[in-house]
Design a protein around this ligand. Structure first.
Ligand code: 4AD
Ligand code: MG
Length: 470
């Protein structure tokens, strides 16, 4: 008998069929001489019941052990719609489970804080395995969206010499071995004689873990017109907030011939909507598990979002609305606080996401295009969504070489920034086009879809300040 997934057996199995499955024991009950097991295997949220006689049960089979079961499908006497496996060979114990020390062994509901102490075992829990499948389905939806809309996926580097966001929130990379560092310095000094001994180096220069793949996408878009990427990015923000990680997954898209910000908004809206829609259709069983047997309010909120066009308003309009309708003042020189983001979408816009456009240039990165109508503004956008706040950030890119270089020189009068980014300026010189794009925080999208409040609980292996246990 060849092996089948539990999902396939539950959804497609028929009475009297011989089947073999491999999985983990999720429930374990003895009733008189019978033993009732539920087995799941990670293929879906489904479990298949296994019914056998206690006398024929091999030693060691208990909750959470891994087993290999061969038998025949029979309708359950209590509910004939459910098929049970009746083993016709002894159940094989594949891996035992120490009941005394297994941290998720009890019958109680564990708190997220408790579960997070055992990140390496978390994928074994029902809820987190459903979350991981939901993440996978959402990732596939994003892939499908871009593929169906003529975007090419480009792999961007993780090691980079640039600070895309200019915020200085960088992790710098150096070789682990001091001996190797010495050797590299020796070689480099012999060649150039410039590297001082206290400098941290990657071969012969400072490099960082990328905070965004945008600059590299801007290069790729000059050859491919529509590109996207999906990769981990790293931010040395010392933030313990429920929506910041030190390493997170970002989806980024970049388009050539982007004259108007509306071209970017259209892609953002369709991407967000189609990925939520697909997660809720293809993976509804897992969504139900993750949201605690379906959360009607969350479902209503998501359906409501999907049914309405997203709102567009300028930063000045958003500031005015906050002041007039909620007595909340946007501080000069500051962006919107998390509270203000949520106020805007949830209280003042009936939970419909908002594109906030036309931002003051002083609070946005160097690469954003100056607005045609107001030189103090840039053509930037933040997408605000209920429960999360900022989900995406994007802009049209500055194509004017002199504006770009004067911004870089204002940031770094020594001219070295302009030198490191000379390749970036080059892109404007050789058949450049107006470009634009955006980045979407994938972990925050998962928070939106699941209603999970803490970003650490939607990331498979979250990294946050002082936390990198494995
Ligand atoms: O707004 P950000 O910083 O934009 C960029 O990095 C642009 N270069 C993207 C582009 O235009 N290609 O980041 C984009 C999104 C944010 O809107 C937010 O959802 C998420 O990334 N994000 C984080 N998610 C988790 N943890 C953090 N520390 C995050 N910082 C940003
Ligand atoms: Mg942002």
């Amino acid at each position: 008998v060849s092996k089948r997934s539990v999902k396939d057996v539950v959804l497609n199995g028929s009475s009297d069929e011989a089947v073999r499955i491999q999985g983990w024991v999720r429930s374990f009950r003895k009733l008189k001489e019978n033993l009732f097991l539920d087995v799941s295997d990670g293929s879906s949220e489904h479990r298949v019941p296994v019914v056998t006689q206690v006398s024929s049960m091999p030693k060691g089979i208990q909750m959470h052990t891994s087993v290999d079961v061969t038998g025949v499908l029979q309708p359950s006497p209590k509910n004939p719609a459910i098929l049970e496996i009746h083993p016709n060979e002894p159940i094989k114990l594949v891996g035992s489970c120490d009941q005394q020390t297994y941290p998720f062994g009890g019958k109680i509901r564990y708190t997220q804080d408790y579960i997070r102490q055992f990140i390496h075992l978390r994928p074994k829990t029902n809820k987190f395995s459903s979350l991981l499948r939901l993440r996978s389905a959402t990732s596939r939806a994003i892939n499908d969206y871009f593929t169906n809309n003529g975007f090419f996926q480009v792999h961007v580097p993780i090691l980079t010499s640039n600070d895309c966001e200019g915020a200085g929130e960088l992790f710098t990379v150096k070789p682990a071995s001091e001996d190797l560092v010495k050797e590299m310095r020796k070689e480099n000094n012999a060649a150039a004689g410039t590297i001082s001994t206290d400098e941290v180096v990657y071969f012969d220069k400072h490099v960082h873990l990328s905070v965004s793949g945008q600059l590299h996408l801007e290069s790729a878009v000059c050859g491919l017109e529509k590109v996207w990427t999906f990769s981990p990015v790293f931010r040395a923000e010392n933030s313990k907030s429920s929506r910041h990680l030190a390493e997170f997954y970002m989806v980024e898209a970049e388009m050539a011939f982007a004259y108007e910000i509306e071209q970017i908004l259209e892609v953002m809206e369709n991407l967000v909507k189609s990925s939520i829609r697909m997660a809720l259709t293809d993976c509804i069983g897992d969504w139900n598990v993750v949201t605690g047997n379906s959360d009607p309010n969350l479902r209503k909120m998501l359906d409501h979002m999907l049914a309405h066009p997203f709102t567009v308003m300028t930063f000045d309009e958003a500031s005015k609305l906050l002041k007039e309708k909620a007595s909340s003042i946007v501080q000069p020189g500051k962006g919107l606080s998390r509270e203000q983001e949520l106020l805007l979408v949830e209280q003042l816009n009936d939970n419909i996401p908002i594109f906030v456009i036309d931002w003051p240039s002083e609070i946005k990165p160097f690469y954003m295009r100056q607005s045609v109508t107001d030189s103090s503004k840039v053509s930037a956008v933040d997408l605000l969504v209920p429960t999360v706040g900022e989900l995406c950030g994007g802009s049209l890119r500055e194509g004017d070489v002199s504006k770009l270089t004067s911004k870089l020189n204002a940031m770094d009068p020594s001219g070295s920034l302009q030198e490191t980014l000379s390749w970036y300026i080059d892109l404007r010189k050789y058949g450049g086009t107006p470009t634009g794009g955006f980045g979407l925080g994938f972990d925050r999208l998962m928070q939106l879809i699941t209603g999970i409040g803490n970003i650490k609980d939607v990331s498979p292996f979250p990294r946050w300040p002082h936390h990198c246990p494995m």
